[in-house]
Design a protein around this ligand. Structure first.
Ligand code: SF4
Ligand code: MG
Length: 334
């Protein structure tokens, strides 16, 4: 089927003093209808900047250099801001990691959801109020008539995230972008919120772009997985393919570094080395300084995409060798 969203060669830079940080550096992917597409990677690899580029809600220093972001045949980057405002909320909504900071502390949660309805629908008065109660039920908030008048400080973190989800659903979006939606929540609540997102997706035929650093979340939620590293996507695969045979050395390190479920939040932090600075053009592979398999070619030439089959592609010279039936060269440690 036609994808709901198609991104081609997106480049988003952030001005930082005299330099430009190439936060998103040539990213392409497509999200299918009713599909959950996971963008996986360490913090600082460009996941959130990709999401904010789609919403065109970049920080002041951010600028989209090139590329296209196509929502069902419409290039969002070519839309005037006023038209983009009707896309936000109505076609694409976004929820964030920290529901606390996104909610207004001095307005009841019912009124806040109602404001979203005023923005994105023509519902007013009693019809709007009824819709709010319906949304509260839909996101699993019990005693909705009483909850309507409560304030954010009266709610737990999980409940607040449910309120944020209700606000995001107010305009009945086709695509929900969820940026680390459960990272701030404890494990039990995290599982409940993920269940809710899955349920809502099925009921509402919604696509989800899920941004996460957590392999567990990917395994529970995703249909497709894209691994992002230093501003670009390095591996793209259907979920089952990704979990049964991850190819890219970075992807494999993500699995190898899994310390067990209870310490999962820290899992990606223990890969040795750090993401290289993104202020200049890369000559070789971006992962070369941390890769156990790097050889000369990796330092001199940036790898192109290699198709491994079944919608599974990877950017790594090892894949080119494997596809050509060649031996892997000897490992040279830097
Ligand atoms: Fe490692 Fe080379 Fe593959 Fe990059 S291209 S991930 S350095 S083997
Ligand atoms: Mg982020």
């Amino acid at each position: 089927s036609q994808p709901i969203l198609q991104i081609e060669n997106l480049k988003t830079w952030l001005a930082s003093g005299k330099a430009n940080v190439r936060a998103v550096d040539g990213v392409s992917f497509a999200i299918g209808r009713n599909e959950t597409f996971a963008l996986l990677g360490e913090s600082g690899c460009g996941k959130s900047m990709t999401a904010l580029s789609i919403m065109r809600l970049l920080p002041d220093a951010g600028r989209i250099q090139s590329g296209s972001i196509n929502l069902e045949g419409q290039d969002l980057l070519a839309l005037p801001e006023v038209a983009m405002r009707t896309v936000r909320g109505k076609r694409i909504s976004m929820i964030f990691q920290e529901p606390m900071t996104s909610l207004n502390p001095v307005m009841s949660i019912g009124k806040q959801i109602e404001e979203s309805l005023f923005c994105h629908t023509s519902l007013r008065g009693k019809a709007a109020r009824n819709r709010v109660l319906e949304l509260l039920r839909a996101v699993g908030i019990p005693d909705e008539t009483q909850r309507y008048g409560e304030y954010p400080f009266q709610m737990s973190g999980g409940m607040k995230q449910r309120v944020m989800i209700a606000m995001a659903l107010a305009g009945e979006p086709d695509l929900l972008i969820a940026d680390e939606p459960t990272t701030a929540l404890d494990v039990t609540i995290q599982a409940q919120v993920l269940d809710l997102l899955r349920e809502l997706q099925q009921q509402r035929n919604m696509s989800i772009l899920l941004i996460t650093h957590d392999l567990g979340v990917v395994s529970e939620m995703a249909h497709q997985v894209a691994v992002m590293y230093a501003g670009e996507i390095v591996e793209l695969a259907p979920k089952s393919q990704f979990f049964s045979s991850p190819f890219h050395p970075y992807s494999r390190k993500l699995f190898a570094s899994l310390p067990g479920r209870e310490k999962r939040e820290q899992s990606l932090a223990i890969i040795k080395g750090s993401v290289p600075p993104l202020t200049q053009e890369f000559v070789g592979c971006r992962f070369a300084s941390r890769c156990d398999y790097a050889w000369e070619l990796c330092h001199s030439t940036s790898p192109e995409w290699t198709v491994l089959g079944n919608g599974h592609s990877v950017r790594c010279h090892l894949a080119e060798k494997a596809n050509a039936g060649e031996e892997r060269p000897p490992i040279i440690q830097p």
